[in-house]
Design a protein around this ligand. Structure first.
Ligand code: PEP
Length: 259
């Protein structure tokens, strides 16, 4: 039996500036502290805008806050003439543990392809960052009934060329695009169906032991009210939360889904 430590991740998107980020994290830490949250059992990660990361690092280190953090994207390159981009090396130096790769907003608004995302996944590992590879289908594909095949194809292309040691540390977030920011939530069974398919595919691509170590998150309109039922599912090891991660008490309740 593998003990996959649940990961509750908050994707702030382009919200909370560097001052608001500090206030938010202090309040979050106090709230969870007051509630005697067991940080050893459930891992809490936030994904702030790049401009917040230095302040977040100083706060987390200085006050020894038991939260980790990551970037919302990274460049596939190390450094050079890539105006506006941020390399994995910079994120690592700011203490990031994770980095989102292939969030649906990056895929759609920045036309990021599976091939590009695969180079970003490899760049993350080069800098000892754990990629949170986001996959998931849009509404038309869900309605056509080809969502499992579509999502597994994104997965295969995203993880191409990884070895089993790298794959064991990977996090995959299943985020049906039709459920992101819409209030529509995939039911716990839908989340489980896809996460089980993803784990089976990872078993084929690597091996069963490796697949059993990989954490799979669900994302799409997760709130305190639905997090518990989703996280009860066998193959769902955490959640990636957008809107509800911007409210301290709502996010703290999601972190404390077991209570
Ligand atoms: C997300 O952007 O990763 C997300 C899941 O957003 P929301 O929770 O707002 O649907």
């Amino acid at each position: 039996v593998f003990d996959r430590r649940p990961l509750i991740a908050g994707n702030w998107k382009m919200n909370l500036d560097h001052v608001q980020a500090i206030t938010f994290l202090q309040k979050l830490a106090w709230t969870l502290d007051d509630a005697n949250h067991d940080f050893g059992r459930v891992e809490v990660s936030v994904f702030p805008p790049f401009t917040d990361l230095r302040g977040v690092q100083t706060l987390v280190k200085g006050d020894d806050l038991p939260v980790v953090y990551g970037g919302q994207d990274l460049s596939p390159h190390e450094s050079g003439a890539y105006t506006g981009d941020i390399s994995g090396q910079f994120l690592k130096r700011l203490g990031c543990a994770y980095v989102l790769v292939g969030h649906s907003e990056r895929r759609t608004l920045h036309a990021e392809s599976d091939e590009l995302l695969n180079t970003k996944v490899h760049a993350a590992y080069r800098h000892d960052l754990v990629p949170v590879l986001c996959v998931g289908e849009g509404l038309e594909i869900r309605q056509a009934g080809t969502h499992v095949e579509h999502t597994l194809e994104q997965l295969r292309r995203g993880v191409a060329g990884l070895d089993a040691g790298q794959a064991a540390r990977l996090v995959v977030a299943y985020e049906p695009v039709w459920a992101i920011g819409t209030g529509e939530v995939a039911g716990p069974q839908d989340a489980q169906e896809m996460c089980a398919a993803i784990r089976a595919e990872l078993g084929e691509l690597f091996d069963g032991d490796t697949a059993a170590k990989i954490r799979l998150l669900y994302g799409g309109s997760v709130k305190a009210a639905n997090a518990g039922s989703i996280l009860k599912e066998r193959d769902v090891d955490g959640v990636l939360v957008g809107g509800a991660s911007l409210d301290v008490s709502e996010f703290a309740s999601i972190v404390r889904f077991e209570q």
